[in-house]
Design a protein around this ligand. Sequence first.
Ligand SMILES: C[S@@+](CC[C@H](N)C(=O)[O-])C[C@H]1O[C@@H](n2cnc3c(N)ncnc32)[C@H](O)[C@@H]1O
Length: 207
Amino acid sequence: MSTHFFDANAANWDIPMRVERAQAIATALLREAAPAHDARVADYGTGTGLLAVALAPHVGEVIALDNSARMLAVLEEKCQASAIPNIHGRRFDIEQDEIDPALCDIFVSSMVLHHLRSPAQYARAAWRALCPGGLSIVIDLDSEAGEFHQDHADVHHHGFERAALDQVFIASGFEPARFSTVFTLRKPGRSGPEREFSLFMMIARKP
Ligand SMILES: C[S@@+](CC[C@H](N)C(=O)[O-])C[C@H]1O[C@@H](n2cnc3c(N)ncnc32)[C@H](O)[C@@H]1O
């Protein structure tokens, strides 16, 4: 997808709702996945690293992947300002680049999958990136009516049906996933009135 929107919005990305969302996701991830202190976590579509920064004190390394140079620049500034030693940013696009095999113990993405054309391509890349026993963790919107985004230019899915997404990952070799609701938010929908949107967290293990 084009990086234009995310490059243009990088400097103003960290609004309170997104900060609160990332903290809720980090808390749930640490509780549900219980990563080892030396775990390597790849945060795909890290953006300004809100989740990466929250996870970094609890794991060995966070490999922060994104195709937006401006998003990664904001994250780099944060890491320097707060002397965070174990986040390593890297430009990467699953739709164009091949992921390193056995890169990590946890491959996580938050609010990225709906921006990608193919969840199956994502699942195959996550499988390749993970060590045996590793966890794919996807946080995204539950299926919605196209109201979440004001601009649909780079939106390929209006959320996901949990059971259907599970089947996509099973077809790539993952064990059946666990799902939980990790965050809900209210905001005006595309057609006007305020609506509630729920986010799931899907955890699937690579055997
Ligand atoms: C909605 S933002 C989410 C950012 C962050 N995970 C968060 O929760 O705040 C989506 C992020 O995915 C990145 N992204 C979108 N498509 C991508 C792709 N094909 N390859 C890599 N990164 C991508 C964008 O640049 C952006 O930083």
